[in-house]
Write a protein that binds this ligand. Structure first.
Ligand code: S3P
Length: 170
């Protein structure tokens, strides 16, 4: 049984989940949880270290556990569900039953201009634009399946996107 009533942000790397989420949480007066941060704080390792040492499948198991814990908590929260959480059908079901899912959408070319490869994005590799385009195409139907709302972030700042999301939630 999930706590329900959560706001769950989904979207690709660079779509602004970790920037928009805290603004939403503050305005809604509830905690903000970022699935990547949960994994890294729980393991004491970066996403990249987990990918490189244990492989993507091991990371996905940790990611799913973090999402489940967030969504099954009794207190309504804002969750930034990292870009690949939609890959697992069990995660998609958790999101759909756990609250309102908002997809922060952007064209991959926009995403490419917004991402900084960094420690938590090993999948960007040495061709961020090309990998973002491929992953975007692969995942479009999955984001579409879980989303209650879609917000095209364009090149807008997080506070403007957050205002639009709040309007949709009202
Ligand atoms: C991933 C997205 C990343 C991180 C990991 C895998 C993905 O999180 O979980 O690099 O598969 O799209 P963000 O969506 O916060 O960048």
């Amino acid at each position: 049984m999930t706590g329900g009533g959560h706001v769950i942000l989904v979207g690709m790397m660079g779509s602004g989940k970790s920037a928009v989420g805290p603004i939403l949480a503050e305005r809604l007066g509830r905690p903000f949880l970022d699935s990547d941060e949960q994994v890294e704080s729980r393991t004491g390792r970066t996403v990249r270290e987990i990918f490189e040492a244990d492989g993507e499948a091991a990371y996905r198991r940790l990611e799913s556990a973090a999402l489940r814990e967030a969504v099954e908590g009794p207190e309504p929260v804002v969750v930034a569900a990292a870009g690949g959480t939609v890959l697992d059908p069990a995660n998609r079901e958790l999101m759909r039953s756990g609250g309102t899912v908002v997809w922060l959408y952007a064209d991959p070319a926009i995403l490419a201009g917004r991402v900084t490869p960094g420690d938590h994005r090993p999948l960007l590799g040495d061709d961020p634009a090309g990998n973002l385009r491929r992953l975007h195409e692969e995942r479009l139907p999955l984001y579409r399946e879980v989303a209650d709302h879609v917000v095209d972030i364009g090149d807008r700042p997080a506070d403007e996107v957050a205002e639009q999301v709040l309007g949709l939630l009202a």
